[in-house]
Design a protein around this ligand. Structure first.
Ligand code: PEP
Length: 258
């Protein structure tokens, strides 16, 4: 049975005052909700403050990226240990903006997944096709082509802790959303690929949908068999929208046991 995860990606947005006000609202808003996990991934500069602000709640925090190295002469980069030191427990990796704007390839993303896991951070590995790739009928090969290198380099065990986010690039920040059927089809493809390696891990791994998830489409997406939560960009910056998505998830999650 599943416990849905709603994760917010603030991208390069936010200030100390905005973050604290938003966290205050989120902490009280999620307090009555059960059966879900909630994560927010602010920019590095806000991670420590945000981690403290949500520490009394079910909300965990994470980074939007890490460097694959442990430490050293990598000006501008932030390591897994630094994220943990700032209070983070997760990190998004391989977001399409990192792949496209910063040229991160599958091998580097897999190295980051390895670094995250070996330093005790839970990676959320993003995969997804562009509009051209979907229209050309290449969705499956693109998504599996991004997933396989992580399994190859890190082993299927990476997904006993790791999370996957299916984020069709054409749906990120565009207001376009995959239909529930389109999303379910890819989520099921991902789960089947995991199951080729380890059925147990496949059954337990959380696969999130990301791409313009909003209060008005969250319920039907979260109703899908293989959608175990959402990675939310724009709507995570608005407390009403993010909490509405959290509530939709709580309505669909199993009650916590024990
Ligand atoms: C994202 O940035 O990962 C994302 C899904 O953004 P949005 O929800 O705004 O499409």
């Amino acid at each position: 049975m599943r416990k849905l995860l709603i994760a917010g990606n603030w991208k390069m947005n936010g200030s100390q005052s905005m973050a604290l006000a938003l966290c205050r609202d989120l902490v009280s808003g999620v307090a009555p909700l059960t059966g879900i996990d909630v994560l927010i991934c602010p920019p590095f500069t806000l991670l420590h403050r945000v981690s403290e602000a949500v520490s009394s709640s079910i909300i965990a925090t994470g980074a939007q990226d890490i460097d694959e190295h442990e430490k050293g002469a990598f000006t501008g980069q932030v390591s897994a240990d630094m994220v943990r030191d700032a209070g983070g427990s997760h990190t998004i990796l391989g977001h399409s903006e990192r792949r496209v704007l910063y040229g991160e390839n599958d091998e580097r993303i897999a190295a980051k997944v390895h670094a995250a896991l070996s330093r005790g951070l839970i990676p959320i590995v993003c995969v997804g096709e562009s509009r051209e790739q979907r229209e050309g009928g290449h969705t499956d090969e693109v998504v599996l082509g991004q997933l396989d290198p992580v399994i190859g380099q890190c082993g299927i065990g990476a997904f006993s802790k790791g999370i996957i986010a299916y984020e069709p690039v054409w749906a990120i920040g565009t207001g376009l959303t995959a239909t529930p059927d389109q999303a379910q089809e890819v989520h099921s493809l991902i789960r089947r690929r995991l199951a080729d390696h380890d059925a147990d891990i496949a059954a337990r791994c959380r696969i999130l949908y990301g791409g313009s998830m909003k209060p008005d489409n969250a319920a039907e997406l979260l109703d899908q068999l293989d959608i175990d939560g959402g990675l939310i960009g724009g709507a995570s910056l608005n407390e009403d929208d993010f909490l509405a998505i959290c509530r939709a998830a709580a309505d669909r999650a199993v009650p916590k046991s024990g």
